[in-house]
Ligand binder design. Sequence first.
Ligand SMILES: O=C(O)CCC(=O)C(=O)O
Length: 274
Amino acid sequence: MPLSPAQRAAYERDGFLVFPGLVATAEVALLRSEVERLMPVQAEGTVREGATGAPKSMFRLHETDGPTASPPFRALSRTPRVLGAAKELLGDEQLYLHHSKVNVKAAIEGSVWPWHQDYGAWQLDGIQRPDMATFMVALDEATEMNGCLYFLPGSHRWGRTEAYLDTSTAYRLWSVPPAEMRRRMAESPEPVAITGPPGTAAIFHCNLMHASGHNLSRHDRWQAYFCFNTCANRPLDVPSPRADHVRSRNWAPMQLVADDAVLQAGRAARAAAE
Ligand SMILES: O=C(O)CCC(=O)C(=O)O
């Protein structure tokens, strides 16, 4: 899916691009069945919250091993629609995933992600340059009520802001201090809500300020994330590195697969189960 000059210019200017209907209904159904299969799995990389203990985040879907491995999610991360677009925007043919996850923002209980830049945490992982971008795919209708993502357009061009560790939710997050955020937002265009039906996708720069609110609705809000880095920018050694599910050590360049690989992975899984 070659990006148009207008899309490339918009990414440079705003720090994100939205792709309505990027993932087809049949693919969404298959990916959703994978989320349902993985939700009860006990894994180091699954963060739970609330009285129901629903997952807030489930990591490491893209590898071929481990309790949360998912062939359809692995396939999606390697399609031309996703990997191809990431290669174009990062200007590099050799990419790997720093991590992958599904954020399950459960109805009523699913909590906030405060304003942050992803590179705030990833720099601490030993990554030297902000040559990274994240692909988000909505697996539910994303609405303002159920805690959709918000992007602050153009904020990736401000560089990195000193972060603090917000521990107010089960997912400890390096976040932008509230006073700094108030100052920044006063100088910025209004945040953009990333809403849309299941299958809506977006890619965003690792220094883009983004956040999402509590899920006040009676509907879950499931979204998948693939965080791309260039192989040349893989992390340097740091003392006490974070676990592999969030700071991958698999730096092998990802290979493109056919665009129908998600459905093929589903068919293969069904055949193996018979
Ligand atoms: O899923 C969300 O609402 C926000 C996720 C996010 O910003 C993150 O995982 O860094």
